[in-house]
Every structure is written in structure tokens, then in C-alpha cells.
Design a protein around this ligand. Structure first.
Ligand SMILES: [Zn+2]
Ligand SMILES: [Zn+2]
Length: 148
């Protein structure tokens, strides 16, 4: 395969992975009965997405060996920067007990933590917020979905 053909195939795979990621997110939202926001308006969320994109471009992100060989839907977490894994390797993103009760935005202890997910290209980026940060970023409604 020529370099150009390979590049095209790779781009196709990334595009397919991007729509797969979108589908995963749609299904997750449907299961939890939560609303998907198509536009990220919160500056903190935008900064997380930008940070991930920058790290990817800088080559500062480690991917599990499955993703290294075939681009697919990647899973990343705000509390675990620099790591992207495939669906099978998501246990690698499991937060520590302390991290699991710490808001990713204000870094305060919080219980419960509201789990959020945003999509950055073919990557699903997870984050966990305290009630007030969840409210400020538009993640939680009064009947919000909680983790932990
Ligand atoms: Zn993997
Ligand atoms: Zn917070």
C-alpha cells in the first residue's frame, strides 16, 4: 500500500471511530436517560478537550497497544491525563478511591461525584464533578446521574 493510500485508510478508520464514539455516547445517554449537549459551552470542559487534543498532537499521550495498531474508539479520563485506552482496557482508567471522590474541576472532595462524558474526535473523555461544578457546567439537573 502506498503512503497516500495508507493515510486515506487511516483517515477513514478515524472517521469510523469518531462515529462509533458518538454512537457509544448516544447509547450511554439513552441508558441513563440523560441529555446530550451537542455544544460544549463551559470553558473548563473546552479546556479539557483542548488539552487532550494538544497532548495528542505533541505525542504526549500513551495509548494501549490495541489502539496503537488500529485506530478505534478511545477512552480517556480527565483524572488520568496522558492515557488513552480501548474499551477492553478501560479498567486502566479506574480512579483511586481518593480520586473517585474528588471533583476534577475544583479539586474539592465531593460525594456523590457526577459522572460526565464528552467526545473529542474518536475519544470519549470522562470526568467527574461535584454538585456545584456539575450545575455550573450544565452537567447535572436536579435528578442528575451519579457515580460512586
Ligand atoms: Zn486496549
Ligand atoms: Zn467541583
Amino acid at each position: 500500500m502506498s503512503a497516500t493510500a495508507y493515510q486515506t485508510a487511516l483517515t477513514d478508520q478515524v472517521q469510523a471511530a469518531t462515529s462509533d464514539a458518538r454512537r457509544v455516547l448516544d447509547q450511554a445517554a439513552e441508558r441513563k436517560g440523560s441529555t446530550l449537549h451537542n455544544r460544549v459551552a463551559d470553558p473548563w470542559l473546552c479546556a479539557q478537550a483542548q488539552g487532550l487534543t494538544d497532548a495528542l498532537h505533541a505525542g504526549a499521550v500513551r495509548a494501549c497497544h490495541h489502539l496503537a495498531h488500529a485506530p478505534g474508539v478511545g477512552h480517556a479520563a480527565v483524572w488520568r491525563p496522558g492515557l488513552i485506552v480501548c474499551a477492553d482496557c478501560t479498567p486502566a482508567l479506574t480512579p483511586t478511591t481518593k480520586e473517585d471522590s474528588t471533583c476534577d474541576r475544583c479539586r474539592h472532595h465531593a460525594n456523590p461525584i457526577h459522572a460526565g462524558l464528552m467526545i473529542v474526535g474518536p475519544i470519549l473523555l470522562g470526568y467527574g464533578l461535584c454538585r456545584s461544578c456539575a450545575t455550573e457546567t450544565g452537567l447535572a439537573t436536579s435528578g442528575g446521574d451519579c457515580r460512586g
